[in-house]
Design a protein around this ligand. Structure first.
Ligand code: PNS
Length: 184
């Protein structure tokens, strides 16, 4: 039985992540989506919220587990008897960092293989940060994240930045106006 872990921050899960998860579930006997509890980052969502978001988004997949972990990914992979660490590759610029991570993990745990899946073309530009940035400035993120996640992000920005207009789509020119030039 081949178990793969798919580690990441998932703050929040995007349709790009979901694409990788769905394809992984066809390739491996079991896939574990592993959310890193990272004390060095200030995330938008708590680990518990991210676990719930991912569970809801992947409820249709039976050979999938969603879990949180601390510390080194290879230690968690060993604990879960996973032979594969799965990562998605979007663009060439991802590669340098991902290759460094794969080599580090291989050095620490030679029995574990890193497997890269090329992200589907339509999601090659997509990241959690891009999604948060669009929502922050009032753009629509409905086509980038599962519906329930979009609602949670909108709610979050309404709470923290009441002036933003997250329910209006990107066509809202008001949010693109220059602060210094009233004609723009
Ligand atoms: O979604 P992300 O933020 O790109 O995921 C990065 C992640 C969590 C896979 C990576 O930071 C990681 O594995 N962190 C755990 C610490 C670790 O194992 N470091 C050694 C490999 S560089």
């Amino acid at each position: 039985m081949t178990i793969a872990i798919y580690p990441g921050s998932f703050d929040p899960i995007t349709l790009g992540h979901l694409d990788i998860i769905e394809r992984a579930s066809k390739l491996f006997d079991k896939t574990i989506v592993a959310v890193l509890r990272n004390p060095n980052k200030s995330p938008m969502f708590t680990v518990q919220e991210r676990l719930s978001q991912i569970r809801l988004s992947t409820a249709h997949l039976s050979n999938l587990e969603v879990d949180g972990f601390n510390g080194l990914t290879v230690n968690y992979a060993r604990m879960r008897n996973a032979r594969v660490i799965l990562r998605g590759l979007r663009v060439l610029s991802d590669f340098e960092m991902e290759l460094q991570m794969a080599h580090t993990n291989k050095t620490l745990a030679p029995e574990i293989e890193t497997v890269f899946l090329a992200t589907s073309k339509e999601y090659s530009f997509l990241s959690s940060s891009v999604v948060k940035e669009i929502a922050k400035f009032g753009g629509s993120i409905d086509q980038f994240v599962p519906e329930h996640v979009a609602l949670e992000i909108y709610r979050c920005y309404v709470k923290t930045q009441p002036g933003s207009t997250p329910t209006l789509p990107a066509l809202d020119l008001k949010s693109n106006r220059s602060e210094t030039d009233p004609l723009l």
